[in-house]
Design a protein around this ligand. Structure first.
Ligand code: TXA
Ligand code: MG
Length: 318
């Protein structure tokens, strides 16, 4: 079936919905789908035109490489040069909110637009059932950035996706609310030591424990290890102020821990709950059209990823 122009189908995560989504992807159309982290905007990663339409639809700068989503380790091993660290981390955390960056393998077939010309590829096996069934049916890698227009907040519900991309993509595979709520942690495995390239839904401490060695942290100033890490990537429309102890007049306060506020990331001060709420709460406050003040969030565990996203949201706009 060819998608009707300018109409985005809402598909259920049942056999018929997944089959339709897979057909659209194989035919080169864009389909947004739920993963446990955020909704991804998927395209057949071997189809250059389909991948180009991701960049076009998101209005995304073309130097920002994309993650190739696969159903299992065997599919990943067809695309990248596998190594011992990858074995350990895939066994411990896949399927799950972890992306591994490894050297591209000969005959990988992935469009160079996916890697923005790099010789490495980011691969991930998402945990969401419907997403994995979809990837099995597509039978090849699906490139998928978060399903939001570039520079906007990442989507954790189908409604968030529709608000930004309705009428621009073939379909949304609606599988409810994303449980993790922030993007995957990205670990680079192509260098001398495993390196955190982006903090995310899996805590660095857990990764280091599985590896039995500490992780090198990416040098944020190094453009080679941090391609396209645009600082204001996660920006709401509203101005964002961090580490607020209270909201000023005319500001909305996003709280953390017990406090008077407009919305609370976690009343209990729980970082996992806060991560799951982060983007939805930013969406909800941004919709009210006022500047947003955000309470302090501790810089430990998932707090590292939450603060990374918050700093981007608060960064001066490009
Ligand atoms: O949870 C997630 O990771 C979500 C869901 C949809 O899977 N996807 C996601 O994709 O966050 P995106 O495109 O918004 O972020 C991909 C990140 C970018 O920061 C990019 O720079 C980095 O991955 N990346 C991709 N390929 C890379 C590579 N070869 N080397 C270093 N970084 C890479
Ligand atoms: Mg994104």
């Amino acid at each position: 079936m060819k998608p009707t122009s300018e109409q985005t189908l809402r598909l259920s995560p049942d056999a018929a919905g997944i089959a339709q989504a897979a057909e659209f992807l194989r035919d080169g159309y864009l389909v947004a789908f739920a993963t446990e982290t955020v909704y991804g905007l998927g395209a057949n990663a071997t189809d250059g035109a389909a991948v180009a339409s991701i960049y076009e639809t998101k209005g995304r700068p073309s130097f920002n490489p994309l993650i190739a989503h696969v159903a299992n380790v065997a599919m990943a091993q067809k695309l990248v040069e596998w190594n011992h660290w990858a074995d350990v981390l895939a066994a411990a955390f896949w399927p799950g909110p972890l992306t591994l960056v490894l050297p591209l393998r000969d005959g990988h077939g992935v469009s160079p637009l996916v890697t923005a010309g790099l010789s490495t590829l980011a691969v991930r096996v998402p945990a969401q059932d419907a997403a994995r069934q979809l990837l099995v049916q597509v039978g090849g890698p699906v490139a998928a950035p978060s399903a939001n227009p570039s520079g906007k907040i990442s989507p954790t519900t189908a409604a968030h996706v529709a608000a930004g991309l309705d009428g621009k993509i073939a379909a949304i595979l609606d599988d409810g609310v994303c449980g993790v709520g922030v993007e995957s942690t990205i670990v680079g495995l192509s260098g001398d030591a495993p390196m955190i390239l982006r903090p995310g839904g899996l805590a660095a401490e857990d990764i280091a424990a599985a590896l039995g060695q500490p992780l090198v942290t990416r040098d944020a100033a190094d453009p080679l290890t941090a391609p396209g890490q645009l600082l204001s990537h996660y920006a709401p429309n509203a101005r964002v102020r961090l580490n607020a102890t209270s909201g000023d007049a005319g500001e909305l306060l996003l709280g953390f821990g017990p406090m008077e506020c407009d919305l609370n990331l976690s009343n209990a001060g729980d970082l996992t709950e806060a991560a799951a709420n982060l983007f939805a709460h930013l969406h909800a406050l941004d919709a009210r059209g006022l500047p947003i003040a955000v309470a302090h969030v501790p810089e430990t565990g998932l707090g590292v990823a939450i603060n990374d996203r918050l700093r981007r949201a608060a960064a001066p706009r490009e």
